[in-house]
Design a protein around this ligand. Structure first.
Ligand code: FAD
Length: 283
């Protein structure tokens, strides 16, 4: 189980993949996973569509990671896609019977096509509610999400961390952060979390910028800040994709070196099915 790795294998290195679009051949991701395997990550996580559309593929990919690649799989699961306790129990049983012992319990955002009323009346209001039920159903190693730059719905870092403490108290074994590019923000967040009594491992999440188009998406989806140094590199190489990619990867490498020098619990790389990116960073 992943939670045990933090005692034996610190720093823990992990990757993240997402199920291909529904009309795409799922086997393409298996080729990528066979290559990810060569990098010997400690675990690979698989995202889950907030509305549950990826459910089967998330499960199939997690199963491939765990049983074919022999690497710990971490399956994401979102509250927004869970209609009742029976659904959760069936989903967990399926994972458990297939040897998967790790789950990232998330609230998820309002899926496209779901009305405000439907989203507001979801079965589990917060990730901590879902996590409490996971913990009482099977002995999974359970992860939670956290936000060094504050979750967009929280009024302040203090409020967000107070909510995070509830999640930790429900038995979360470790946390993975939202991606960030400014390590100082992460250190401030970690200090506050530790001072609040959150003492479980925290994996900083890093995502290299490898193209100019990616920048807008990253800001829109995660709301994270781009530090001046990185912004200058992006501007400088905006007409030279190869140089931009190298600058983005080198920035992440520097970020990672600084984090490791400060003794972080590990690194979670938002590799998002990009084998070349993961290879560059892991090398
Ligand atoms: P929560 O922990 O429930 O927090 C959400 C908000 O509610 C925060 O503002 C928090 O302060 C507040 N809150 C929490 N608990 C309470 C409480 N008890 N009372 C009052 N307020 C409270 N999304 C996907 O759809 N699929 C994925 O696979 C996916 N993977 C992710 C992986 C990582 C590592 C991260 C960081 C995010 C991921 N997300 C994913 C996005 C995530 O679903 C969204 O950021 C979502 O908005 C919040 O999810 P959460 O689990 O952090 O929610």
């Amino acid at each position: 189980m992943i939670k045990d790795l933090f005692h034996k294998n610190r720093p823990v290195y992990s990757l993240e993949v997402f199920p291909p679009k529904q009309d795409t051949d799922i086997t393409s991701i298996y080729d990528s996973l066979d290559q990810f395997k060569e990098l010997h990550p400690h675990f690979i996580s698989v995202t889950y569509g907030a509305g549950g559309t990826t459910s089967e593929n998330t499960f199939a990919i997690a199963s491939y990671i765990q049983n074919q690649c022999g690497i710990e799989a971490l399956t994401h699961l979102t509250c927004a896609a869970i209609p009742d306790k029976l659904f959760l129990t069936n989903f967990l049983t399926n994972l458990y019977r297939n040897g998967i012992r790790n789950i990232l319990g998330l609230r998820g955002d309002q899926p496209r096509g779901m009305s405000d009323e439907q989203f507001a009346s979801r079965y589990y209001a917060h990730a901590s509610d879902l996590i409490a039920d996971i913990k009482s159903t099977y002995p999974f190693s359970v992860a939670g999400a956290c936000y060094p730059e504050v979750h967009q719905e929280a009024a302040s870092l203090e409020e967000d961390i107070a909510h995070l403490k509830i999640k930790a108290d429900q038995g979360v074994d470790f946390l993975i952060t939202q991606l960030f590019y400014d390590n100082e923000t992460f250190y401030r967040f970690l200090d506050k979390a530790r001072n609040t009594g959150i003492d479980i491992p925290v994996l900083p999440g890093l995502m290299p910028i490898v193209s100019a188009g990616q920048v807008r998406n990253i800001i829109e989806l995660s709301g994270c800040a781009i530090p001046e140094k990185l912004r200058r590199a992006i501007d400088k190489y905006k007409d030279s994709p190869a140089d931009l990619k190298k600058a983005g990867l080198d920035y992440t490498k520097e970020q990672m070196e600084d984090l490791l020098a400060r003794g972080v619990d590990g690194i979670h790389l938002y590799s998002m099915n990009k084998v070349e990116t993961a290879k560059y960073i892991f090398d």
